[in-house]
Design a protein around this ligand. Structure first.
Ligand code: UDP
Length: 333
């Protein structure tokens, strides 16, 4: 297969590129940076194109050369939602339209990387794919990402009516090697960074809020399957584990696995993100559709996934140029 991955030099995209190369496919990555795919640049079936998903002419040319496009290019991360909502909205709403327009012209399948954030703070967990979305006020910038991704999903279904094969994946707190840097970003990398530096672990609120942390290899098995299985066309899938973890327990586990002497410090959301932020108290997927149609289960325990992630951040898993070393194919997918 010939595969285009927009945002393919990001965290999930770089792992997805490795997975398709391991299958023997050809991979083109469109991204503005290439730090996370340095090790792939010399691979004979890999092509990196530096550019933006907002460049409609470029997107049209690249989509015309492949069988499936994964649209993963996005501005993601809570710190962006509250600091630069304009960029979040522009990139996330306009990028998907360029991809869909080009895909319709070239009759190319689209897999859209959406998010568990679209369910908002719906308290009725676990969430099935057709469940309601419960978001806060538009004055709270946190919700701009959920809104932009939901608009993207609506565009996907509008193009589906025109005959385009599209699949939507809602990722649940994916983590693993290459997630962000150790000073900002998502909670897993923030806590690992704090632990490795022996700085206080900043638990927001009382730490009783939960997430279902999904190891990247499990996420990638489902993501590949979504692009190759015809039964996935026209469908939305929750992608993740349904094992729920309190943030305070995540902090304790990272302290144990790193052997850190950091203390746990409780901080208020308002101190960190200001009034433009609201937290999501629980986030849990129903994963039966992923298991039944994509044939994938998330099997990596949080302990094992964190162990591998911490090892990578300690520099024990740095990739060699031209090789694919960090993706371990399992029996699934
Ligand atoms: N969180 C925390 N300390 C931090 C960063 C995040 O306790 O330094 C909590 C945050 O309040 C949220 C959870 O970790 O409940 C996940 O936050 P993240 O920013 O990773 O993404 P989200 O799942 O909210 O999109």
């Amino acid at each position: 297969m010939r595969v285009l991955i927009t945002g393919g030099a990001g965290f999930v995209g770089s792992h997805l590129a490795e997975a398709f190369l391991q299958r023997g496919d050809r991979v083109t990555v469109l991204d503005g940076v290439n730090e996370k795919i340095h090790h792939l640049l010399a691979h004979p079936r890999f092509c990196f194109v530096r550019g933006s998903v907002l460049d409609g002419v470029l997107v049209d040319r690249l989509v015309g050369e492949v069988d499936v496009v994964y649209h993963l290019a996005a501005v993601v991360g809570v710190e962006h939602y509250v600091s630069n909502p304009l960029k979040v909205l522009e990139v996330n709403v306009n990028g998907i339209q360029n991809v869909l327009k080009a895909a319709l012209v070239h009759r190319c399948k689209v897999v859209f990387g959406s998010t568990s954030e679209v369910y908002g703070r719906n308290l009725q967990v676990p969430w099935r794919e057709d469940d309601d979305r419960v978001l806060g006020s538009t004055r709270v910038d946190r919700w701009c990402y959920a809104t932009a991704k939901a608009v993207g999903e609506h565009f996907c279904f509008a193009y589906k009516r025109l005959g385009l094969p599209v699949t939507i994946l809602r990722f649940f707190n994916v983590y693993g090697p290459r997630l962000d840097n150790l000073h900002s970003g998502r909670v897993v990398s923030v806590f690992i960074g704090q632990a490795l530096r022996n700085e206080p672990i900043t638990v927001m609120g009382d730490g009783g809020q939960t997430r279902c942390f999904t190891y990247v290899d499990d996420c990638i098995h489902a993501t590949v399957a979504a692009g190759v299985a015809a039964a996935a066309d026209g469908e939305i899938f929750n992608v993740g584990t349904d094992v729920e973890t309190k943030i305070i327990n995540l902090a304790r586990l990272i302290l144990e696995l790193t052997g850190s002497c950091s203390e746990i410090r409780y901080v208020s959301h308002r101190d960190v993100y200001g009034a433009r932020y609201e937290d999501v108290p629980r986030r849990v997927p129903d994963v039966s559709k992923m298991q039944e149609i994509l044939g994938v289960r998330a099997i990596t325990s949080l302990r094992e996934g964190l162990r591998r992630t911490i090892a990578w951040f300690r520099g024990e898993g740095i990739e060699q140029s031209g090789t694919v070393v960090s993706y371990a194919p399992g029996s699934q997918g």
